[in-house]
Structure formats: C-alpha cells, structure tokens
Design a protein around this ligand. Sequence first.
Ligand SMILES: Nc1ncnc2c1ncn2[C@@H]1O[C@H](COP(=O)(O)OP(=O)(O)OP(=O)(O)O)[C@@H](O)[C@H]1O
Ligand SMILES: [Mg+2]
Length: 354
Amino acid sequence: MATNESTSSNQWVSSNGRLLDVEDLHVEFRTREGIANAINGVSFHLDRHETLAILGESGSGKSVTAQAIMGILDTPPGFVTGGVVNYCGVDLLGLKEKERRKVRGAHIAMIFQDALSSLNPCFPVGWQIAEMFRIHRGMTKANALKQAIALMEKVKIPGARERVKAFPHQFSGGMRQRIMIAMAIALDPAILIADEPTTALDVTVQAQIMDLLKQIQEESGMGLILITHDLGVVANVADRIAVMYAGRMVESAMVHDVYANPRHPYTIGLLESVPRMDAKSGGVLPAIGGLPPNLLAMPEGCPFHPRCRFAAEECRQGSPPPLTELDQGSRYAACWRLDSPEVTAHIQGGSDDD
Ligand SMILES: Nc1ncnc2c1ncn2[C@@H]1O[C@H](COP(=O)(O)OP(=O)(O)OP(=O)(O)O)[C@@H](O)[C@H]1O
Ligand SMILES: [Mg+2]
C-alpha cells in the first residue's frame, strides 16, 4: 500500500466519498474454555463528515470491532478469522504490520474511555503530543513542541503554553481527554474512532468534549465512529446508528429513523429503557430482562430470542436472522419477525409496509 507518512490522510478518500467499508468481519478469541465468537459477520460503512454511533450492551463487541479495524487486537487470544476492512480501496486486514502502523494514527486514530491509562504518567503531556510529530513527521524537537502547543490550544486547554510541561496527573479528567483528542487528531486522520470517550466524565464535561469532537469534525471532514452506551449522546451527535448484539449488527439506520421507528426488538427495548421527560411520574422504567448470551454457549436461532418478548418458534431454531434491507436501503435490521403485527405495532402509525 502506498501509504506515505508525510501525506495528509485527506487524500485517502475513495471516489465515492466513502472512507471505510467493513464487510462480514469475524473475530474469535481462542480461550482455554473454548472459542468465543466475539464478532460474527459485522458489516458497516463510514463516509466523510459522517458520525456513525455504534451502540450496544457491554460485551456486544463494540471495542473488539474497533480494535480489529485499528489492527490492535490482543493476538493471541483474539484472531480476525474473516472479512474485509476496506479503507479507501485497500483491505487493511491484508497489510503487513509495518504498513498498518503507518495507517494507525496518520489515517485512522482512536481515543479511549480512560485517558489516564492511555497517557504515559512519566512524561509531560506536551512531550507526548510532540512525539507524534517527531516520529511521523520527522520534525525537530522545537518545531514539534510548537505544534503540540498549537494543538493544545485547538482542543481548548487553557494556558497551553505553560501547561505543555505538566504531567497527565496534573490535569482534570476532561482536560486529559482533550489531550487524548489532541494526540488523536495530530496527524489529521481521515477517521477517528472514539471508544466511550465521555463515559468517565460528568455530564457537563461530556457535552463539552462532544462539542469539541463535532467542531473538529466540521473543520476537517473526518469520519467519526462513536462507540457508546449512551443514547442521549447518540441523539445529539450521530448521523447514523449501528446497534450491536452478541457480536452482530442487529439494526442500522439514520438516527432520526431509529428514534422514531425502531424496528429490531432489541432496539425497541433499548429505547424503551431510556427515561423520558414526558413520562407519567411513578411509572416503572422498562428494562430488557435477562443477560447477553455467553459467547461460548450461544443459543440456537436468533441470539436475542431468550430475551425477546416477540420471540416465536422460528426464532428459537436454525440460524440467526440475516441483516435485511428495509425502507429502500436506508435501514437494515436482523429479525425473523420484522413484519409480524406485534413488532410492526411499534412503527409510528402502525404501518407494516416497508
Ligand atoms: N482478550 C480477550 N480474551 C477473551 N475474550 C475477550 C477479550 N477481549 C474481549 N473479549 C470478549 O469479546 C466480547 C466483546 O468484547 P468488547 O470489549 O468488544 O465489548 P464491548 O461491546 O466493547 O463492551 P463494553 O461496553 O463493556 O466496553 C466480550 O464477550 C469479551 O468478553
Ligand atoms: Mg468496549
């Protein structure tokens, strides 16, 4: 692959504007207890300027999907056993580690939930940001530090010039997350994957960090993959949602379509469990009963059927339902009972046509 570290990632855009196409991704963990199929045929795409939220319960495979795209899967025990991760026409899964390293950071960058453990406690933050420019851009120490200060200013760290010499523990959680964002965008990546970037922060700081990410995205045109549990965050910032369950994509659609008319029973349950301002007081908030399946002992049929209130005989046997195109391709859902009256009753107006 002709990845050049000194070129901007912005030129790595395929002719149709599509940045990333993940097709039929499979990841398994080979553990002492057996093979855990963590990702079972996940497919999705990301365009320039677009924010895709990947949503799902703990253990559904959100982070493992991101790690497989980044090439930072814990191997062993994790192995990508199938699929394509097409970045601007190149299958990243087919690249040698040396080539993948060039893509990481410069083309596809990632930020994690826990900024403190992602930063090196022994070095000043400015030095850590400057290292990105020294390693990838071959800058001198002085120039790299100047760039680091400029980036700290860009992510709105007050007093950047003075604080460039401070250590990670001298910053608040929100400021540390800003430093992680600065490092992630240092090389102007085409794609930023943010894995629960605000979960550890209080609500006000969460909103500020999301605003910052959106502002950076507007300026650069990068595609943003936002991994989150938080439906509130998704509603405000995402363009599209992909909902994961037990290592599969179960629904994907534009945000407003998902909120207005969730089609998969799991998405319906997720949305019902969000507190609403217009709810009657004293009511009990519905929750999806049961637990996600054990990856080492997946149920037969649809993996969601043991927890699904709409499950019927067809859901309890055979293979899992495939992701099916709905609404002229603007939405996909994986459920055998999409057209059943019980499920379609949740569509606004109760219509059952696609
Ligand atoms: N190193 C590992 N060894 C074995 N299994 C693993 C390993 N890493 C992840 N898994 C399994 O892969 C599955 C998907 O994990 P993943 O971390 O992607 O979940 P997630 O959706 O990101 O959850 P969370 O919301 O809690 O971060 C889980 O069942 C997890 O136990
Ligand atoms: Mg995770």
